[in-house]
Design a protein around this ligand. Structure first.
Ligand code: AMP
Length: 420
């Protein structure tokens, strides 16, 4: 099957070609025909499946007919990063159509957003808080909206946005097409979907399984040796673009700082950063200025950097679903990706859950010989099962000239780091 089979307008096909897409992903094959037919959709799909194009392409086809310079489509997303990404994706796919979108989120000035809307856009991609803010200010209204799309609905629920979503929906015309996408289906989202969707088509794509293009490995390591292990792996392996997950904001920040001090090209993204610093860190990671991004789950949700080669669970995730979300950041579309998880004995239960969900065991990797800051060996603890592993012969580099190191990295600002 090819994109031609959807019989999209040639201006849209030109955008698809510019994005480099040739074969539709499973969610695109399943969702595009019913959306084109005007049906409501409940899409169960994780990030990384190509769901953005699955809703954007038929939306553009719909908007090509009808008036311009009116807000005719509303896409609601839980995070600024996701709203920005969807907006950018629309920019690529709609580049030959003359259709315009705007991203609306907090943490930046309202006026440029209001001006863009008043100058004339057809699609608003918004986070709930800022959208309600602008609606309360009567900056614009939603009376001409024909299509509503809720993306990552489960995450909106996690963030406490459902009351805001219901407030927004009250301002929309009843007669509209509605699409809801969610990676998981908690009860609250099912209720919301029942309330707002009319006779929907349900499209479900492996919603609890990570993409098959990802390899999964496990290092059994005590908590105190995780940083040394991370530095060893980053030094010894070819890792073009690595996303490291920590449990807390504090750890994300301090770990990125430790990596920077050791000469790695690393940056942290966590909830406390200003919007411009987050964007700077994201842009730097996306364009390869930073090879390593350290993040918490909240900060990383929805991040779409298509070239991520490795995801490292420095801290084991709290749920098997979170493991899926995290590892779904690598192995995007058809690329191969690698997920490495650091687990101590305390994590055994969660590892079993993750393996049950995955339907297979994570491949156990042997711990290499670890060295501390002073170049001495980090001693093994007898209680750890990894101590049975045969150490690697290769001595890790401590010179700062490893594969993922940057000679300039020591001058990075911790938190976001300066672009070099
Ligand atoms: P999404 O799930 O929408 O975040 O998309 C995940 C990644 O897959 C993005 O980097 C898209 O640009 C890419 N993508 C989407 N559709 C296709 C396709 N048909 N072929 C190749 N890559 C795609």
């Amino acid at each position: 099957m090819s994109f031609k089979d959807f019989q999209l307008h040639q201006k849209i096909n030109a955008g698809v070609a510019a994005c480099g897409y040739t074969i539709p992903t499973p969610i695109q094959k399943e969702a595009i025909p019913p959306v084109l037919a005007g049906r409501d959709i409940l899409g169960l799909a994780q990030t990384g499946t190509g769901k953005t194009a699955a809703f954007v392409l038929p939306l553009l086809q719909h908007l090509l007919k009808g008036p311009r310079k009116k807000v005719r489509a509303l896409i609601v997303a839980p995070t600024r990063e996701l709203a920005e990404q969807i907006h950018e994706n629309i920019g690529q796919m709609a580049q030959h159509t003359g259709l315009r979108s705007v991203a609306v989120y907090g943490g930046v000035g309202k006026q440029p957003q209001i001006k863009t809307i008043r100058d004339g856009v057809e699609i608003v991609v918004a986070c709930p808080g800022r959208l309600l803010d602008l609606l309360n200010d009567k900056a614009f209204n939603l009376r001409a909206v024909e299509v509503l799309i809720l993306d990552e609905a489960d995450h909106m629920f996690d963030k406490g946005f459902l009351p805001d979503i219901r407030r927004i929906i009250k301002q929309l015309p009843r007669d509209r097409q509605t699409l809801v996408f969610s990676a998981t289906m908690p009860r609250e989202i099912r209720h919301l979907a029942e309330d707002i969707l009319r006779n929907p088509v349900t499209v479900q794509i492996n919603h609890t399984l990570p993409a098959p293009t990802i390899s999964h490995a496990l290092f059994q390591v005590s908590k105190t040796k995780k940083t040394a292990l991370l530095k060893n792996i980053l030094t010894e392996r070819e890792m073009a673009s690595t996303l490291v997950f920590t449990r807390t904001k504090h750890k994300a920040k301090s770990l990125a700082l430790q990596l920077q001090k050791a000469g790695f090209s690393a940056v942290a993204i966590q909830g406390n950063l200003s919007q411009s610093k987050r964007q700077q860190a994201m842009d730097g990671f996306r364009d390869g200025t930073f090879k390593i991004l350290v993040a918490t789950d909240i900060a990383a949700r929805g991040i779409d950097v298509s070239g991520i080669t490795h995801v490292i669970n420095f801290d084991v995730p709290d749920t098997a679903e979170t493991y899926t979300h995290r590892t779904g950041r690598t192995g995007r579309a058809t690329r191969n990706g690698h997920a490495l998880t650091f687990a101590s004995h305390d994590d055994n239960k969660m590892i079993s859950l993750i393996e049950r969900n995955l339907g297979k065991k994570l491949a156990r990797e042997r711990l290499p010989v670890l060295v501390n800051e002073a170049g001495g060996h980090v001693s093994e603890e007898k209680s750890e099962s990894f101590s049975r592993g045969i150490p690697s012969r290769k001595k890790p580099s401590t010179t700062g000239r490893g594969k993922n190191r940057s000679s300039k990295a020591a001058s990075f600002d911790f938190g976001v780091g300066r672009r070099q």
